[in-house]
Design a protein around this ligand. Structure first.
Ligand code: ATP
Ligand code: MG
Length: 201
C-alpha cells in the first residue's frame, strides 16, 4: 500500500475503534445472560458446547441438560465424562427421540429432565446452564412454557443460560438477551454424506 492509502486505512480504523470503544464503555451492566441459539442450520448444540468449554476454561461450574434421549456415542459427552470435573450432566434417559410417538412417555421424561434443570437454575453455584434442544419440549408441549421461562428469568444474577433447538417459541425469545438464528444454507447430509463421529456427534 502507498502512504496515502495507509494513512486512510489508519484513520478508518481509528474511527471504528472510537465507535467500538464508546459501545464497550456504555455496556456497564454485570449480570448473567440468556442466549437462545435457534434456526434450521447446523451449529446450535456445538455453539452451546463451545460456550460450555469456555466457561470450564475459567474454572466455572456448568450444568448440561439434554432434552433428547442421550446418545452415549456423542463425543462431547465422553469427553466431559473424562475431563469435566465441574460439569453436572443430565440427559433424557428414555423418551423423546426424533422417531418417538409415545407422547405420555416423552412428557414424563421431559418432566424428569426439567426437574434436574430447575435445580441448576435455582442454584447460584452454577455459572452456566445449557438447556440443549429445549425448544422442542415447549413446541410439543411436554413442558409448560410459562413455568420454564419464569424459572429461567428468576435464575441467580450471576448465572447464564444457553437454550438451543429449532423454532424457539416467542415466550423463550422474549426472555433472551442474545438470540442467534442459524440459517441452513447447505448441509452435507442432503448430499448423502453420513453423519460423522467428531463432526456430527
Ligand atoms: P450440531 O449438534 O451439529 O451443532 P444442531 O444442534 O444445530 O447441530 P440439531 O437439529 O440439534 O442441529 O441436529 C443435530 C444433528 O443433525 C447433527 O448431527 C447435525 O449435523 C444434524 N443437522 C443439523 N442441521 C442439519 C440440517 N440442516 N440438515 C441435516 N442435518 C442437520
Ligand atoms: Mg442440537
Amino acid at each position: 500500500m502507498n502512504e496515502e492509502r495507509l494513512a486512510r486505512h489508519a484513520a478508518r480504523m481509528q474511527r471504528t475503534k472510537t465507535v467500538v470503544d464508546a459501545a464497550i464503555a456504555r455496556a456497564d451492566k454485570e449480570r448473567g445472560v440468556v442466549i437462545v441459539v435457534t434456526g434450521n442450520g447446523k451449529g446450535k448444540t456445538t455453539s452451546a458446547l463451545g460456550t460450555l468449554f469456555r466457561a470450564l476454561g475459567h474454572g466455572q461450574c456448568v450444568g448440561l441438560v439434554q432434552f433428547i434421549k442421550g446418545t452415549k456415542a456423542a463425543g462431547e459427552i465422553t469427553f466431559l465424562e473424562q475431563f469435566g470435573q465441574n460439569v453436572h450432566y443430565h440427559a433424557m434417559a428414555t423418551g423423546f427421540t426424533w422417531e418417538s410417538q409415545n407422547h405420555e412417555a416423552d412428557r414424563l421424561a421431559a418432566e424428569a429432565a426439567w426437574a434436574e434443570a430447575r435445580k441448576m437454575l435455582r442454584d447460584d453455584r452454577f455459572d452456566l446452564v445449557v438447556l440443549d434442544e429445549l425448544t422442542y419440549m415447549l413446541k410439543y408441549r411436554y413442558l409448560d412454557a410459562s413455568e420454564v421461562t419464569a424459572t429461567i428469568a428468576a435464575r441467580p444474577k450471576t448465572q447464564s443460560v444457553v437454550a438451543t433447538g429449532r423454532g424457539a417459541p416467542p415466550a423463550l425469545l422474549e426472555i433472551a438477551d442474545t438470540i442467534s438464528e442459524i440459517r441452513d444454507v447447505r448441509h452435507a447430509f442432503h448430499a448423502g454424506i453420513k453423519a460423522r463421529a467428531g463432526v456430527d456427534f
